[in-house]
Design a protein around this ligand. Structure first.
Ligand code: ASP
Length: 301
């Protein structure tokens, strides 16, 4: 089967000055990972690899470049989902980790647990000698400056956090040579979130979902709304009823109609069609295209 790969670099109002960095980051992920998919790596390894590339890129709100919480700390969330087995691994509110998606993947193989948070997750990772980094590896001058700007601003709201400083959650969805699907999402959450706040990204069915029978999806946007409609699972349910693009569009319309939510999705359905749609101002994304090789764009609403 022809492998497929689609990634996103978040939504919201990405200003023109940052369009190029978003496009380059998403393009890199496709260019670096797609050849490996052609050589036969699994969809699961492909989404992990693609998200790692995006986590390392300071452009995005994931790994390096993540937002700071209200106490000036960085707490990260990630999930990875396997469409063949429905297994997933997820971590939330972890600190000092450059690649939360790798932590999620590690947890996926735990015999008993699949979702761990905070100090417990951190302890688990230490028992596996998972690499930790100092905050300076994650913190960018851009985010530090933004933190000081909004820290005591009584008008700042996390629902529309991206006006002055837009960066985005990252995600990837892949289909491998065997036709297996996988999805992964990684984020620093929303700016000035309270310590311990967890959004949609690491929640199965909300921030990502994968089922070979329907499709695989990674979501981005305002987590408090996305969780309420389980946006990624909702999109996969819509995949069963209609073409992939229409399914993504309808899922976002439901997000908007039911909870006044803002967000975007990228996905692949079980028939091998790409899907993407958003109702935020922009969404950064890229996918592999047989003729053009990489299509990368900042989708506007
Ligand atoms: N969904 C993420 C969260 O609410 C943020 C984003 O996608 O930009 O944590």
């Amino acid at each position: 089967m022809q492998p497929m790969l689609i990634v996103h670099g978040g939504a919201w109002s990405i200003p023109e000055s940052l369009h190029e960095a978003h496009i380059n980051g998403c393009t890199d992920a496709i260019q670096q990972v797609y050849p490996a998919l052609q050589k036969g790596i699994s969809a699961l390894d492909a989404v992990e690899e693609a998200v790692c590339i995006l986590e390392e890129d300071p452009t995005f709100d994931a790994g390096r470049g993540a937002f700071l919480n209200s106490e000036g700390e960085i707490e990260l969330d990630a999930i990875i989902c396997d469409g063949k087995t429905l297994n997933f691994g997820a971590v939330a509110a972890i600190k000092n980790i450059l690649h939360p998606v790798k932590a999620a993947k590690l947890l996926m193989n735990h015999p008993e647990h699949c979702f761990m948070v905070g100090e417990g997750a951190q302890k688990f990772l230490r028992t596996r000698n998972f690499p930790e980094v100092g905050i300076e590896e994650l913190l960018t001058p851009r985010e530090l400056e933004f933190y000081h700007k909004i820290k005591n601003d009584p008008h700042f709201k996390t629902r529309t956090p991206f006006e002055p400083n837009p960066t985005g959650t990252v995600g990837a969805v892949a289909r491998d040579l065997q036709g297996n699907l996988a999805a992964a999402t990684s984020t620093g959450g929303t700016p000035r979130k309270l310590p311990g706040r967890v959004g949609d990204s690491p929640v199965i069915g909300a921030g990502a979902f994968a089922d070979n029978r329907t499709g695989a999806v990674s979501a981005t946007g305002y987590g408090e709304s996305i969780m309420k409609v389980l946006l990624s699972k909702l999109t996969c349910d819509e995949f069963e009823k209609k073409p992939a693009m229409k399914a993504a569009q309808d899922a976002i319309h439901i997000l908007q109609a039911r909870v006044n939510g803002l967000g975007g999705v990228v996905g692949i359905n079980s028939a091998g069609e790409y899907a993407f749609f958003h109702n935020t101002e922009y969404m950064a994304m890229a996918y592999y295209h047989e003729k053009k090789k990489v299509v990368a764009l900042i989708q506007s609403r």
